[in-house]
Design a protein. Structure first.
Length: 225
């Protein structure tokens, strides 16, 4: 199951509200919203929760990380083949909280592609996105790190970074561009769509909300209304 646009990717990170049984519960809420709104929704979860969550829902489940390794002596590393075997449909790479060296990122994208895992690569700027586009990931998500987890969305604070990213990426390849950082409302989503984004990457607005389903549904409506 590949990822279709427009899309909302909910990054569970390592929030307590999105770990273990709570990860399964939140993923089911995300799936319910996807069914109600008909908007594509995927979740990125911790490796230890991949099997549990992928068995509980039919929406795409992504890993939050992979390492560019093969079978063998790699204690403590994340083997892409194992993630796929445990239900991962793709992976989130190069998040500002888990940045890659450029050569490792290139190898990780190639490894994921070989396994038919969808790659969603984060970029902190339009310049980084341009560099990443040369590796031909499936999606690029631009997220200014200073806005992540904040109350001001990228589509409001830095709309130009979205348009610049789309232009620079499209000059290299027709890769869908998502945006993230500070997105909290339907209006934030609508602005992102107007700027050309084909989806959003979101975390704390959902994982830290006492009513994640309600918030997610409101955000999904930003793609519809």
């Amino acid at each position: 199951m590949g990822l279709k646009t427009p899309i909302i990717i909910v990054n569970f990170k390592t929030y307590e509200s999105a770990t273990g049984k709570s990860a399964e519960k939140l993923a089911k809420i995300c799936e319910k919203v996807a069914k109600v709104t008909k908007v594509n929704i995927a979740v990125a979860v911790q490796d230890a929760d991949l099997y549990r969550v992928s068995k509980a829902v039919k929406i795409p489940v992504l890993s939050e990380h992979i390492d560019p390794i093969d079978y063998g002596a790699h204690t403590g590393h994340t083997l892409p083949e194992d993630l796929k075997a445990n239900g991962a449909k793709g992976c989130l790479l190069n998040h500002s909280e888990d940045r890659f060296k450029i050569d490792d990122l290139e190898k990780s994208i190639a490894k994921a592609k070989a396994l038919k895992l969808t790659t969603v690569v984060c970029a902190s700027s339009d310049y980084t996105a341009e560099s990443v586009a040369a590796f031909h990931p499936d999606f690029i998500a631009v997220e200014p790190p200073e806005l992540i987890g904040g109350n001001v969305s990228v589509s409001t604070a830095k709309p130009q970074i979205i348009t610049k990213t789309i232009k620079k990426v499209n000059n290299i390849s027709n890769i869908p561009v998502l945006c993230g950082a500070g997105i909290k409302t339907k209006t934030d989503v609508q602005k992102a769509v107007e700027l050309g984004a084909q989806g959003i990457l979101i975390a704390s607005a959902i994982t830290k909300s006492p009513h994640p389903g309600k918030i997610l549904e409101q955000l999904a409506m930003g793609f519809i209304e």
